[in-house]
Design a protein around this ligand. Sequence first.
Ligand SMILES: [Zn+2]
Ligand SMILES: [Zn+2]
Length: 278
Amino acid sequence: MSFDATSRRSDELPVRDRLVVLGSGGFHPAYGRQTMCFLLHLDGAPLLLDAGTGLSRLGEADVARQLDEVERLDIVLSHYHLDHVVGLTYLSGVWRRPCRIFAPAPPLVDAEPAEALRRLIAPPLFPASLDQLPQPVEIVPYDGDFSVAGLEVRVRRQRHPGGSVGMRLGDRIAYVTDTACEAATGELAAGATWLLHEVWCDRAEAEEEPGLVLGHSAAEDVHALARECGAAHLVPVHHHPKRDARELGEFLDRLAATSVRSGDPVVKPLLDGQSVGL
Ligand SMILES: [Zn+2]
Ligand SMILES: [Zn+2]
């Protein structure tokens, strides 16, 4: 796979205005990829997008260094499937300071935030309840647009079992995962500099196994969406765990090769441990 010069290890760029990939995988960790978690430094205020197993990387030195000055960490969840929330159970090990969890509520998803999170972080699944963690954890339910870390966040419910939330964070970023590829995403992502969108499979795989695109997206459809909505960069995320590094590289290279016209989105592969200046 080829990376351009802006894809570097996460400790080589200034912290400001940077996206750091802590976990880019869907469903379960595989071939060294953790599940969904992104550290977003935008206008200096850091936040996490989703809290999959990649959240464990908050404890790794190069990531911890970036958060030295942060007194309270904001975490924004897209939905409650384990590959997006299980990392919350690692918080007491890797993040000892306060945090706020922005958690989707009906009608955006079919679950109540406090109930969902208290079920995850409580005996017998976890030795302590949410209130007994060493640091204060505040649940901030959202059922529509909200603001976090100085960013206005626009949201929409997506087509995924139980619901999931697609979001536009400020002008530059759209985060769209765990969803069938939907034309309505185009309005949310219109003109974004960076569209992070899931690519669970490609069309050939979906034809062979139609279940793959029930609540998920084929890469070619995502590319067409990114082209139509005028996104400058497409960052494919939520990778299928069946792909090893070589297969994933080939999959992403095929996707990048479809950007041939002027104005097409630049496909920007970013895998775990990598980061990009925004
Ligand atoms: Zn997922
Ligand atoms: Zn999901």
